[in-house]
Design a protein around this ligand. Structure first.
Ligand SMILES: [Zn+2]
Length: 105
């Protein structure tokens, strides 16, 4: 760990605060390894829609409301993969993830 952050939530908050201020972030090799391993783990998780498809007993072509609701509860607790460019709408807030480098900063 580091003297700047004590746990992954603190690190996440520091990164998000820098991003919100349009500031670059430089990571130490130790922190980069930690973040990389966390992202590897996150990349293995299913998306919310993939969880809903796993749950659906009637194998709906369009994800049904009940399966989406259950999938939302599951991914809220266990997390899920978010693919770049995917717009996640949660609680009325849209997060644009994966903006192109020229859009950033
Ligand atoms: Zn369903």
């Amino acid at each position: 760990m580091s003297s700047v952050w004590r746990n992954e939530k603190e690190l996440a908050e520091l990164l998000i605060a820098r991003a919100n201020r349009k500031r670059k972030v430089t990571l130490t090799p130790e922190t980069a390894l930690f973040v990389g391993l966390k992202l590897m783990t996150a990349a293995e998780k299913p998306t919310r829609d993939e969880v809903a498809k796993m749950l659906c007993n009637s194998k709906c072509l369009q994800l049904c409301y009940n399966c989406q609701g259950t999938a939302n509860m599951i991914v809220r607790v266990y997390g899920h993969r978010v693919d770049p460019g995917y717009d996640e709408v949660e609680g009325g807030v849209t997060h644009q993830i994966g903006s192109r480098p020229e859009d950033g900063r």
